[in-house]
Design a protein around this ligand. Sequence first.
Ligand code: FUB
Length: 453
Amino acid sequence: MTKYWFRFRRLLAFSAIWFCAAAPSHAQNPIVQTNFTADPAPLVYNGTVYLYTSHDEDDATGFKMLNWRLYTSTDMVNWTDHGAVASLATFPWAVQSNDAWAPQVVPRNGKFYLYVPISVPGWPKNVIAVAISDSPFGPFKDALGHPLIEKATGNIDPTVFVDDDGQAYLYWGNPNLWYVKLNRDMISYSGDIVQIDSKPQNYQEGPWFYKRNGRYYMAYASHCCPEGIGYAMSSHPTGPWEYKGMIMSPDKRSSGNHPGIIDFKGASYVFGFNYTLNFAATETHRERRSVTVSKFTYNADGTITEVPWWNPEGVPQVGTLNPFTRVEAETIAWESGVRTAQSDQIGVYVTGIANGSYIRVRGVDFGNNQASSFSARVASGSQGGTIELHLDNSDGPVIGSLAVLNTGGWFAWKTLSAPVSGAAGVHDLYLVFKGASTGQLLNFDYWKFNRQR
Ligand code: FUB
């Protein structure tokens, strides 16, 4: 416990510095604050956004990347952490110490294909690998036992799109842009690897290939450095690509960038990353990045209106959150001073909880004053603490409070309940943690409000 608690205290201190320094209470960017995330690859599937990311380790200075994480949302502001869905260990033949770079997941025929750039021993080292899962939540298993795209310098940043006629294309590359036609099995290809002659202006890396209203788009990390997001269009999946402009201009507040683009519930979104959390803690540039999102619009001719640099407000919520079904504690719009962790027993849970830390969940629809109690699955190996339920602010009206005593250990999970009153309509819910001890108060798995019987 002690070792972990010291680590958490360091992170809590870091989190507090960041929050006070850089985040207004309505902040939504970066969308994940519990881990450093980069290289966003959003997938819209069955009404949910599955956001796959690469993951910068907490102690990274340069790139230190070991696994790929998943976050989901149905409203674009509350994101549920699903932890690591694949790691370098998924590909035992690859270098295991680093280089789990920009991923993308693509569904086809009931399976989910994860394409990742990793490296192999020696030089050149960059390869592209593919793993398969029956579920978007993983776990993903190595499909081939060897690379899909063999080693060459710059074989990074895969992006895959399956066209309406069933032909799938894999693009990738830095500083060149290459493609191959994937076979229907999605784990092999036919024909030659083609280097694009019409590489768009200022193309660097991080291509994101998609089709919308019959037009093909290639968004990419542009300029160096800092990197912005540029895009090109084509009437054919293999080009020629015509540069169309910037989705986001480079900004010296960040050195890197990496687009991921979706339409969801009637709006268009571009994801990327910045270094806000890192620079809140230090002036030193370190590869500790954070995924961000902005809304954008298409013009009638399919071109894209440029958006400003990532704003702290992020994007508006689409829909509300139902508190009368089980909500994972790691469903977070914003937090202060907590972390997430993963166990084989219960999956992802919230930990590092100390006196004064909180989780904000946005747009919770309590209905017509129907909530009569609050239940939470918790564990504590210390004296425990209290979960205070505040509306609209961390010091807003209190609708209830759940006392958590020592449950017999940090993984001795218990479901506890407390009465609530005065919760009606749609509110932001702040789960504020209070406790007398200076150490960790509790671990938190999930919560739910209950209606009066
Ligand atoms: O995150 C590692 C590498 O940095 C990615 O593969 C590139 O796109 C850049 O973001």
